[in-house]
Design a binder for this molecule. Sequence first.
Ligand code: KIV
Ligand code: ZN
Length: 524
Amino acid sequence: MTFDHPSFGRITNDRVFIFDTTLRDGEQSPGFSMNLEEKLRMAEALADLGVDVIEAGFPVASKGDFQSVAEIARVVKGAVVCALARSGGKNDIQAAGDAIAHAERGRIHNFISTSPLHMKYKLRMEPETVLDIVTAGNKAARNLTNDVEWSAEDGSRTEPDFLCRCVEAAIKAGATTINIPDTVGYATPEDMERIFSMLQERVPGADQVIFSAHNHNDLGLGVANTLASLRGGARQIECTINGIGERAGNAALEEIIMAIRTRHDQYPYTNRIETTKLLKLSKMLSTTTGFDVQPNKAIVGRNAFAHESGIHQDGVLKNAATYEIMTPESVGWSKSSLVLGKHSGRAAFRDKLAALGYTIADDKMNEAFQRFKDLADSKKVVYDEDIVALVDDEVRDHARIRFLSLDVASGSRRAAEATLDLEIDGEAVETTANGNGPVDAAFNAIRSAFPHDARLALFSVGAVTEGTDAQARTTVRLEENGKMVDGQGADADTVVSAVRSYIHALNKLLVKRTRSEPEALLAD
Ligand code: KIV
Ligand code: ZN
C-alpha cells in the first residue's frame, strides 16, 4: 500500500500513525476534565512527544470545547489537530471546521453509529438513513478540509455487509481515514484482526485510506485489540495517555508504543514517538487531573521497573536483561536527581521550569520561587516531581480566591482549630474555624470565608515522592447542582495541600457557574 495522504504525504505500509485522544475521549471521563490552559499544555507536550494527530475536543458540545480546540489548533505545531463532530449533527461539522480553521494541519472526525443495536434504539434510524448521513457528513467535512476521518461508532458490533457499505460510502464521499471503534470494549483480538482484514479485502478504495483502531478497555483488552488491529491492516492507533477514557478507558498509548518497540519482531512498524518522554506525559496528566496511575501500571507505574524479590534483584545486578524486557531509561525513568537546592537562584529555577515544560509569567514567578525556597528549606531533597507539583498551583490563571497562609492546631487532646488567610477578589480575609480534625477545620474556615453550598464529593491524598518529608498531593472534588470539579494541590504540609486543592476546585466551580452546560451529545 502506498498513496498520498492530505496531511502525511506518501504513506508506506510500515508506518503507524499515533492519534491521541486524551483531550477528547480521555477528558470525557468523570473527574478528568481540564481547563483551556491545562489542555494547551498537554497538547504541546503531546506534539513534542511525537504524536501524529491530537484529537483536541468536540467543538459543538460547548463554548469551552470550541475555544480549546480553536486555541490548540492556532498554537500547537507539528501534529494534525482534530475536531470531533457527529456526521448528522445540525451544527457539528461547521463548528469542527471553524475550530480547526487556523491549524497548521487540521482534521474533522465525524462519526455515526452503525450497529443494529445503536441504529434501532439510540438513533431510531433505518440503516439506509444512516448510510445517507455517512455520505452527507463526509461530503460536508470534505468541503471544509482535505483531511477527513469517519468512524463507525460501535463498529465492532456492526454487521459485516453493512459495515462494508458504510465504509465504501465514507470513502466515496471523501473520508481519508476510516476508524472502526470497539466502542463498548466488547471485541476480542481475533474479532478486530478479522474486521480490518475483511474491510481491506472487500471495500473498493480501501487501499487509498488509512484504517484506524479505537479500542476501549472494558474487558482489559484495549491494547491487545489494538495490536491485533495492526495485524489486520490498521495503520492508525487511537489511544490515550495512561489509558484514560470513557468507563474503563481507552487503549494506553505508552503500552502500545512499548509493545511495538519491544516486540518489533512481531510488530515491524515505525512511528515518531520519543519513548523517553512517555513518563513525563504520564506524570503531567496525573498532576493535571489529580489522578495517579496505579503502582503496577505497565510502563509508567511506580513499580513498573522495581524488583523486590532477592532472586530478581540478583539477576538484574548480574545482567539487567534477565528480568527487564526494556530499560527504565527508554521510557523516561531515571534515578530521581537532586535538581535544585536551597542555594539555587532564580535563574536556575527558571531554567529548570523551562526544562520541565513550564513558562511562568513574571508576576507569578516571585510566588513560585518563594514556594520553592520554602520547600528547599523544609525538604532534604527536591526532585523534578516536587517542582512540577509546586508550580502547578502558580500557573493557574484568573483565580478569584487565593491562598495566603494557614495555621492549624490539632492533636489527640484538643479540638482542631484552623486560622486561614485568603485573598478574595483582591481583598485579604482572615477566618478561624474548628472541626473534626485539621482538614475539616481548614475546610470549615474556607466555607466561612467564602460561603457556598457545594458538596465535598471526594478528598484524596497521595505522596509526590518517597519519604516522610515528601510533599503531599491532594485532590478535592466539589459538586454543585450536578456540576463537578476537581482541584489539586501539593505542599510539604498535608493540610496546606488540602486547602490548596479545595481552593483550586472552588475557583474552577466559580468559572463553571458562569458557563452553560454542554449538551449531552455523546448520548444521542
Ligand atoms: O468509542 C467511540 O466509538 C468513540 C467515537 C466517537 C470515535 O469515541
Ligand atoms: Zn471512544
